[in-house]
Design a protein around this ligand. Structure first.
Ligand code: ZN
Length: 321
């Protein structure tokens, strides 16, 4: 599907993103209600002296109709080969908390109520991690899409993290505050939300322009394409490092095997594909652990080359903490 077709037929607003097409709710969820549902999804990892905590926001289903460069039969084959159900495969939405000793930093904030009931769980999981929103000193946005920053706003529209500085790449700030009159309604909705987030944090704004050190041990890594200012964050302490790579993949079983597959939400799909190939090549060669916004919770994996593409090896439970 070409990008313009996608934008013409895609769900047109953030509320529409909660449509059954994207909702990931197993049919049998009611049958499990007696168990009280899932326990809080929070998992801590040591990166040298820095603690990184994966915080789940929930999940959404991204079907082949949302992707560019793959048809349904191939999508189904790749999911099935990964022992996943192509009809319901949940792409995670993860946020990450970074505790450095003197700073308490969030990377992204989830969706709040913008994308339906299968998402918006960051606040309860952050609470389970023992962190008050007011204790967060910095919010590092990977980009200004609603699945990453709608949760930066509370229900009242004010900053959910009242004391945090918002860090965002200048290219995303500039793009999303541009003129979207005449653009597809979905893009107008995205831009409206981005503008609201920027306004809520007001003067508390840190603009990223390159590989800037945004906090001690944390360096911004521009990964443009998905959005113009799409940015990963490299965490380094001693010999340990972890790259939070944000949206390098949205449907891991598909895009690891076939990195040339883009998503309709890419602002520049060709650049997004080039960035994905470059990043996969680098993290595989460097044996660098990555944390993905949309990799199954907790989202920490290593990447290794596999045939024409790559595969991922999940991180083990961190017994050192
Ligand atoms: Zn995303």
């Amino acid at each position: 599907m070409k990008r313009r077709d996608f934008l013409a037929t895609a769900p047109l607003a953030a509320t529409a993103l909660a449509s059954p097409m994207l909702a990931a709710r197993p049919a049998s969820a009611e049958a499990h209600a007696m168990s009280g549902g899932q326990v809080p999804a929070v998992q801590r990892f040591a990166v040298g002296d820095i603690t990184v905590t994966a915080i789940a926001d929930g999940s959404l289903h991204i079907g082949p109709e949302n992707l560019i460069g793959i048809e349904a039969p191939d999508y189904e084959e790749l999911l099935t080969a990964s022992f996943r159900d192509p009809a319901t495969f949940p792409s995670a939405v993860n946020c990450f908390l970074i505790e450095t000793g003197d700073q308490t930093i969030m990377v992204d904030a989830g969706t709040a109520s913008a994308m339906g009931p299968s998402l918006g769980k960051m606040p309860q999981n952050l609470a389970a991690a023992g962190v008050e929103p007011g204790a967060v000193t910095k919010l590092l946005a990977t980009h200004l899409h609603p699945d990453h920053v709608a949760g930066a706003l509370g229900e009242d529209g004010a900053a959910f993290f009242p004391n945090a500085e918002l860090a965002v790449h200048e290219a995303d700030r500039a793009f999303w505050t541009g003129d979207f009159s005449g653009a597809p309604e979905m893009m107008q909705t995205f831009a409206g939300l981005a503008g609201n987030v920027l306004s809520a944090y007001g003067e508390r704004l840190q603009i990223i322009t390159g590989e800037d050190e945004v906090a001690p041990g944390i360096t911004a890594m521009p990964l443009p394409g998905h959005t113009p200012g799409h940015t990963g964050y490299m965490i380094s302490s001693g010999d340990a490092s972890l790259l939070i790579w944000a949206d390098i993949v949205h449907v891991a079983p598909v895009q690891l095997a076939r990195p040339g597959v883009a998503i309709g939400f890419d602002v520049d799909p060709d650049q997004a594909v080039a960035t994905r190939r470059e990043t996969l090549d680098r993290v595989a060669a460097d044996r660098l652990m990555v944390a993905g916004s949309h990799i199954g919770f907790p989202g920490l994996v290593n990447i290794t080359a596999d045939g024409e593409g790559y595969r991922m090896i999940p991180a083990h439970w961190d017994y050192s903490l």
